[in-house]
Structure formats: structure tokens, C-alpha cells
Ligand binder design. Sequence first.
Ligand code: PLP
Ligand code: COI
Length: 365
Amino acid sequence: MSAETTAVKFPLTASAAPVAAERRAQVLAAPGFGKHFTDHMATATWTPEDGWHDTAVVPYGPLSLDPAAAVLHYAQEVFEGMKAYRREDGSVWAFRPAANAARMARSARRLALPEVPEQMFLEAVTSLVRADVEWVPSGGESSLYLRPFMVATEAFLGVRSAREVKFLVIASPAGSYFTGGVKPVSIWLSQEYTRAALGGTGSAKCGGNYAASLAAQEEAAAHGCDQVCFLDAVEHRWVEELGGMNLFFVHDDGTIVTPELTGTILEGITRASILELAKDLGHEVVERRVGVDEWREGVASGRITEVFACGTAAVVTPVGRLVSPEGEVVHGDVAGPVTTAVRRTLLDVQYGRAADPHGWTTRLV
Ligand code: PLP
Ligand code: COI
């Protein structure tokens, strides 16, 4: 059989009650993050007997789940985060969607879930964006945030991998992840909590990691901070990442350093892209362990000149302060020049305002 005949499709059942155009325009004018959802969703079901089947784009709406569904008890779940970007000519593009497909497959393996083949993942995303193309905002740094995810739906309370699983993609128009826009964020250095240990699920994008980060995030908020930074679980010394973003350190000689992938850090697609783009901009880039002492001392001595966080939702966000019981490390309340240049370079590729030498963008509509 040719690839053409085996390709999985997601036929559309159009919503009979789509959101009215005026209401949609209101939402798109100030979308916020993760609050509003489009008219449709992509869906598929997996069983060991039939593999993936019932692939479709259907009206957005609640799922009917058995109260014994495994995901509700044992959190057998993985997800992805990616965006569709509208360009000035009206076309809509994705950024490295195959990398999201590959990461979701890795996460699925760790959570003992079935893999979604790359073609099926891309078809689901593309079919949904085509159905809901009017929901892709234009202007500024707005985008349509896409959330592919997979949940164990089998009604069974025994602890084993589920024999019925659903894959879905939902979409949400997005403005800035942080309500303050691009202004520097404050970071609380978690003392009590860690995010991941070697052999655990830190490098998988699974819901449980985020549930486990919420107490630390609340502690951050109680200390007046926007985000939490996690240290390694063994020595409580090595900087790992934030609850939903990777970190970069800019040195005074132009070198850009990011914590190396140890198996406990999420392998961010923005992180990987910045490693390439920073090289293109003439920076030396280094992946290695970064101690929290190095962070503190580097800022005091002037060796570390800027710190920024990055991720699909947050793009590139400057870090303004690191707060802990040992005191504060202050970076300042404006984005530094390297952070600003990296941010602009990345956005220019994503929005098609600059050449795409690495072939990272894919037209969806
Ligand atoms: N680290 C964590 C824990 C995340 O949740 C995310 C967001 O997806 C990232 C890093 C950044 O990953 P990406 O750049 O692929 O969005
Ligand atoms: C993303 O950047 O896509 C994320 O998933 C981070 C957060 C919203 C969980």
C-alpha cells in the first residue's frame, strides 16, 4: 500500500452552533492565555485490538468519561504545547511541529501510552487549524495555541497501562502568557520541592509533573514571584528549569549557557531552537550544569549579564529577579540586549518576517 492510501485522515463534522463572529472578534481582540477555545477539536481512540481509529474533527465539547477512567486515578496522560502563527499575508504556519510529534511519542513511551505516528499527529493538528482558521488571531504576538494530549480512558482500577486511550487536540487563541507582557519575571528558588529525579518523568511532558509543581508555584506566588525555579533533586545545587520554561544565562563574553539535558529537564523545542539561532547570531552556546552559586556569584561579579526563560507559551521572557531565603539576585526590570535580540530573531522566523534557514516552519493554511 502506498503512503497516500495509509495516511490517517481527520474528517470534519462541522459544529452546528459555532461561536458568533462578533463574539469571536471580541475574544481575538484580547485572548489572554488558555481561557477561550475554538469551535472544534480533533479526536482519536486507541485500543490494542484496533490501534488508532475513529479519527475525526468534531464540535468542541465535554468528554464523557467513566468515573473509573484510568487517567482520573493514575494520571496516565501526556500533552504537547505548540502554536499556529498567522503571517501578514494571512497564511497560517506551524513551528517545528514534527519536533512536538517526536516529543509526544517519547513522553508516551515513558507513560506506557501508545505512540501517535508523526503523520497522524500532523494531520490532526492541520485538520483542526483548517477547520478553525478564523480563530487564528493576527497582529502583535498573538497565535493559536494548540494542545495535543492523550489520556487513558479505560474504566479499570487495576494499576497497569490502559487498554483504551484517547488522543485529542484542542486550540485556544493566545496573547501573552504573562499578563504583564514582555516585562521581566521574578523567580522563586524552590527550597523544599524538586520537580524531577533521574529515572522519573522529568523529561516527559505529562500532567503529573505540573500537578506536582503547583505547591511550589503557590509558594512562589506567596513570595511575590511569578514563577518557580527547581534545583536538582540530589544535591539541591544545580539549576534545572522553571515550572513551564527552560533557562538561559548570558555571559559577559557573549557565551550563552543553558543547563544540560540530564534526563530530569524537559527538552524544550524553544530551547533547542535558541541554541541554533544564538549560534547564527554569533554567540558561543554551551550546554552544561549551572550551579545556583554560579548564578548568584556571576551576577555579583558581572560575569552573568542576562538570564532569560523560554518556552512555547512564554516565548523568550527576561528574568528580573531570583528570590530565595538567602536573599535576592537582581537583574533589573528591562530586557537585556541579548534577550531582546534572541526573542526578536525567534519571533521573526515564527511569523515569517525573516528567512527560515533551518526549515523550521510549515504552512498549515
Ligand atoms: N520546560 C517545561 C517544564 C515546560 O512545560 C515547557 C513548555 O512546554 C518547556 C520547558 C519549554 O518547552 P517548549 O519550548 O517545547 O515549549
Ligand atoms: C508550553 O509552553 O506550551 C507549555 O506547555 C507550558 C505551560 C503552559 C504548561
